[in-house]
Write a protein that binds this ligand. Structure first.
Ligand code: OSB
Ligand code: MG
Length: 368
């Protein structure tokens, strides 16, 4: 597509319930949206960076800054680009994968809309709908946790993921496992809250028949995850650590991870996410689609990604009402524990621009 201008939009969306992880508590989603205006039509992309640099080094204000100063100028200078060329056009800037992913998604949306094909078709989706799980935050009490989990399991979610941290791990997991029974799919996510000194303690997770334990140690420490994987029967799954296809292959070959969480934002875009999927499929490593509390815009793309053949475990692709009272696009509704892959051109969803205007927290910026 021929890029004429890039717009940045900052909005805030209240969450239906606070979301607490080992890195903090969120009550609203502070979202950066990118709109590319091209000679062939517009495209929208969502930046998944959080408000603060607590999940990874990226954060919303930093993503906006790097787009404004580096990424948008590079894209505008290239002018005519295909989505597959965006990562190399932006390659002069190191890191900032979530910011790059937002731009690549927007270009891909414009390009596929112009070609009248959906993200699902472009990605190679093999199913019309995807199995969904739900990520459950750290609760104020075990009782409150059980209430929340039963609500989701009654809604039909096919897998429950519990956030854990030191002081909130074996007890809540035991309580949820005994409530759900032995057959329910259950997994945990530590968001880097532990150290190798906790390996003995983490072995206690083996009592609960978990699908996996996600990212117990810091992003950079692949060796610590290798040690844990040797010590524990529960499969270890990396999230934060997997920043590229090369890192994914390395972590798999070193037996640091036997299942991979794929998040397009974390790896620089949907096209790199597909390459990781392909590398995992080739190596018989199961993958699932992670989430970053996306609006309907990012969710549409995630659901299309999760329809690729290697996504054999339910993802953190939950319905709109798990996050927001009102979504930015058409709502995603859980039917029989699944979400439908949008079939319209591009992301297949429409950004409700009146809501962008109503929820705006900063003036829109036009970059040319
Ligand atoms: O680690 O998977 C994570 C949300 C924000 C940042 C990191 C994570 C998460 C989630 C929620 O677990 C996933 C979702 O429902 O979007
Ligand atoms: Mg995670």
């Amino acid at each position: 597509v021929e890029i004429e201008a890039i717009e940045l939009h900052r909005i805030a969306m209240p969450l239906v319930r606070p979301f607490e992880t080992s890195f903090g508590r969120q009550t609203a989603r502070d979202v950066l949206l990118v709109r590319v205006l091209t000679a062939q039509g517009e495209g929208w992309g969502e930046c998944v960076a959080m408000a603060d640099p607590v999940y990874s080094s990226e954060y919303v204000e930093g993503a906006a800054a790097v787009i404004r100063s580096y990424l948008a100028p590079a894209l505008l200078a290239a002018r005519t680009v295909r989505a597959a060329e965006v990562s190399s056009v932006l390659g002069g800037t190191i890191g900032h994968r979530m910011a790059k992913a937002a731009l690549e998604s927007a270009v891909l949306d414009a390009q596929t809309r112009a070609a009248d094909i959906s993200f699902g078709e472009y990605f190679g989706a093999v199913r019309p709908e995807v199995d969904c799980g739900v990520s459950v935050g750290i609760a104020p009490s075990i009782e409150a946790l059980l209430d929340e989990v039963s609500e989701y399991s009654e809604a039909g979610y096919r897998r429950i993921k519990l956030k854990i941290k030191p002081g909130w791990d074996l007890e809540p997991v035991a309580a949820v496992r005994s409530m759900l029974g032995p057959d329910a799919l259950l997994q945990v996510d530590a968001n880097t809250a532990y150290t190798v000194a906790d390996i003995d303690h983490l072995r206690g997770l083996d009592d609960f028949g978990l699908l996996l334990v996600e990212q117990p140690f810091v992003e950079e420490d692949i060796a610590a995850h290798v040690m844990l994987a040797k010590a524990i029967d529960t499969p270890v799954c990396l999230d934060e650590s997997i920043t590229s296809t090369a890192v994914a292959i390395d972590a798999i070959e070193r037996d640091a991870t036997s299942i991979v969480n794929i998040k397009a934002g974390r790896v620089g875009g949907y096209l790199e996410a597909i390459r990781i999927h392909d590398a995992c499929l080739e190596r018989d490593v199961a993958v699932w689609c992670g989430g970053m509390l996306e609006t309907g815009l990012g969710r549409a793309a995630n659901v299309a990604l999760a329809a690729l053949p290697g996504f054999t475990l339910p993802g953190d692709t939950s319905a709109s009402d798990r996050y927001f009272a009102d979504d930015l696009t058409e709502s995603f509704v859980l039917v029989d524990g699944r979400l439908a892959v949008p079939s319209g051109p591009g992301t297949g969803v429409t950004v409700r621009t009146e809501l962008v205007a109503a929820w705006r927290t900063r003036p829109a910026e036009l970059l040319t």
